[in-house]
Design a protein around this ligand. Structure first.
Ligand code: ADP
Ligand code: MG
Length: 677
């Protein structure tokens, strides 16, 4: 059958099934061949009746007789006897009276079901039957299981694809021959055939390798092409002024870490060139990324350009304003910094916009308020995007388009990106990692707290508060009517009336008015609040060095990277800091929770999360549209590297994308949704 033929032209696909398949995106014969199994069940082991043991078994046997009877009202039993040359066994179905008539007597079947003691006799319960043929569909082979969804059963898809077995060979190759050969891949149609009709586990592996390779290859190619485009653009040259850099560094009351120095140095090199910088600065919480951003900014300002700094929240933007102002004071640049928030009032706003236009304001810090239409930044040479994963592609692009120059872009994140993801999703970026913390920091002591030792934890927190430190309690939700969930409102009320009556408590969550939020944050910063009860709004950026304890309630609800970020709110000074993960029940803690207590590297944790929970775990923290890979395993670094190398070669060899129509379609789609174009 022709691959373009409508799905309803396949034998057995009626109106209802057709429309259900359409809803899965399956319209043609080609579409269903391209529909991948979710997993497999190995039904290839066929046993002699004389040797079967209790459990799920498959036999090949002739059914001699079958009868059905009502033992009482509403209870029908169908019984049959199946025999092979080694013996006989009874088959039983409950309440399936149609069975007796549908069984073809004296025919040979593959019979699969649960063998065991039933009503005092050994029988196979509720077996599935399939007439023996050269190409069994549902039994006697490694059976693919398709996602059961929207009214389409796995067995229906199996039947359709089996009917199309001969059409799979019509599927055309989509990759260049040299790529298939270099990477020892099977051809596309062979891969699809093996995927639906594997003879063994190796077939499945080869099929997945080929199709997964293709997915990553497309993604890599998209980012290579995006990169290529960028090299044709020209950004302003920001010349390096050594005196200024020295002056800034000597005004700090600490030494930069080596990692910070390296990062700054690399950025200075990047921005001295006309090819636009597109660098991701990745550094664990508290590793001191702000200073790196600030040092980049001063060079741009010194060269006569403007800088825009976008942060995901108002709290964070405000904090950047404070940090920048105090960092810039000694070099007398602090007057050229300004803040633009969504709620900045009309008068201030129009003054600010004017100052931006006439170049009085050199460094503008804000939230997504910066991308509003009225803001124009004509003299922009550098954009800093803090916590970049919190922004969408469109938002980043919009900010870049604020200037008619192509700006250099420095993205920053504290979310450690596993190497495999860095290679695929972030393929277009140059990455610098700050892998070192300021020297005076002690590791944060993390412990798991079972629900019945919460009282002791409160006592430990009080000890800290009594010695002048501050603490944070993070709750999973804002409000909740049920009793089971620790909502921030409930916990705040409970603690301020009970356990922590004698202390000053603050409440902070995302639904508060921003004025409220700021007031609370300011008070916490100033040390007027001892204990802050909050949600994950506290997650990013908040820098209160005097805070030394953070307790996370129901930590199982969060991703590991997220908890690691939360934990980074403490340990920002020379004081020993503590993180308590208050488990939801007293069962033994999961591997993920144990990892938090033993591992202090954000990288290790996010790799573990990727392994245990899959890319979905990072879904929450990294925005993307490209992660919807259907088959490639994102922790397979080897596969990713080879696909990436092939993409590079494709470009180097000056291969024409238009020679590969299928590839070209997909790559062009991906180019629009990969992160940095
Ligand atoms: P993050 O990387 O999480 O954004 P910040 O830039 O907020 O970290 O820095 C955290 C704290 O560490 C700030 O108070 C900052 O002043 C301080 N800091 C940064 N670099 C150093 C350093 N080299 N030595 C000591 N303290 C530093
Ligand atoms: Mg920061």
């Amino acid at each position: 059958m022709n691959l373009e033929a409508p799905i309803e032209s396949v034998k057995g696909v009626g109106e209802v099934l057709k429309s259900n398949l359409n809803r899965l995106g399956v319209f043609t014969v080609g579409d269903i061949i391209d529909y991948y199994p979710k997993r497999y069940e190995d039904y290839s082991d066929i046993h002699k009746i004389s040797s079967i043991k209790p459990g799920i078994v498959t036999i090949r046997a002739v059914i001699k007789q079958a009868s059905s009877k009502y033992v009482r009202r509403g209870m029908n039993i169908t019984e049959a006897v199946a025999s092979d040359e080694s013996g006989s066994v009874r088959l039983i179905w409950f309440n399936q009276p149609y069975r007796a008539n549908s069984i073809k007597k004296d025919e040979e079947y593959f019979i699969r079901g649960d063998f065991g003691l039933r009503r005092g006799r050994l029988s196979i319960l509720s077996p599935t039957l399939e007439l023996v043929s050269d190409f069994p569909v549902h039994s006697a082979r490694i059976v693919p299981v398709y996602k059961l969804t929207k009214g389409v059963k796995s067995s229906q898809i199996r039947t359709i694809i089996s009917n199309l077995r001969n059409s799979v060979s019509l599927v055309e190759e989509t990759l260049p021959t040299w790529i298939i050969e270099n990477n020892k891949l099977v051809g596309r149609s062979e891969a699809l055939f093996k995927l639906h009709f594997p003879d063994n586990a190796i077939d499945v592996e080869n099929a997945k390798k080929r199709l997964g390779f293709e997915e990553i290859f497309q993604l890599s190619l998209a980012s290579e092409f995006n990169k290529l485009d960028l090299t044709n653009e020209k950004a302003p040259i920001v010349k390096f002024d050594q005196e200024l850099a020295k002056k800034f560094v000597s005004s700090l009351d600490f030494d930069l870490t080596n990692a910070q120095k390296k990062a700054v140095w690399q950025i200075y090199k990047d921005i001295q060139s006309t090819s636009p910088m597109n660098r991701l600065l990745e550094g664990d919480v508290g590793s001191g990324k702000t200073i790196v951003a600030c040092m980049s900014a001063i060079m741009a300002v010194n060269a006569g350009y403007q800088v825009a700094i976008m942060a995901p929240t108002e709290i964070l933007a405000r904090q950047h304003l404070e940090s920048f102002t105090s960092l810039l004071k000694p070099i007398k640049m602090h007057k050229s910094v300004s803040l633009l928030l969504g709620k900045t009032n009309k008068n201030d706003r129009s003054k600010l916009l004017k100052d931006l236009k006439n170049d009085k304001v050199k460094i503008i810090i804000g939230t997504t308020s910066l991308i509003q239409d009225i803001v124009s930044l004509n003299n922009l040479s550098l954009i800093v995007i803090d916590e970049q994963h919190r922004f969408g592609v469109d938002q980043r692009k919009k900010l870049m388009s604020k200037s008619h120059k192509v700006p250099h872009v420095l993205s920053m994140t504290a979310t450690p990106i596993p190497r495999s993801l860095a290679l695929t999703l972030y393929g277009e970026l140059d990455i610098t990692v700050i892998d070192e913390k300021p020297a005076n920091r002690l590791p944060i002591a993390t412990s798991l707290v079972s629900p019945n030792s919460i009282k002791q934890m409160y006592d430990r927190i009080k000890d800290e508060l009594n010695s002048g430190r501050q603490a944070i309690i993070v709750c999973p939700v804002i409000e909740d009517s049920s009793d089971e969930v620790n909502s921030v409102e409930k916990v705040y009320l409970k603690l301020s009336k009970g356990e922590f009556k004698k202390y000053k408590l603050g409440l902070l969550h995302g639904k508060q008015h921003s004025k409220n939020k700021e007031e609370v944050m300011q008070k916490f910063s100033d040390g007027e609040i001892n204990l802050l009860v909050t949600t994950t709004v506290i997650e990013v950026g908040v820098d209160v060095p005097n805070a030394t304890v953070i307790a996370v309630l129901s930590p199982e609800r969060f991703g590991l990277a997220q908890i690691h970020q939360l934990r980074g709110r403490v340990g920002r000074s020379h004081y020993q800091s503590y993180c308590y993960l208050v488990l939801s029940d007293s069962n033994s803690p999961s591997r993920r929770m144990r990892a938090l207590a033993t591992k202090s590297s954000g990288f290790k944790l996010s790799e573990l999360d990727l392994e245990i929970r899959g890319p979905g775990a990072i879904y929450g923290t990294i925005q993307h549209g490209a992660l919807d890979l259907r088959i490639a395993n994102l922790s397979d670094v080897k596969l990713i590297e080879s696909a990436k190398n092939s993409a590079k070669l494709f470009i180097e060899n000056k291969e024409k994308l238009s020679n590969y129509p299928h590839l070209s379609d997909n790559v062009n789609k991906l180019r629009k949704i990969t992160n940095f174009n």
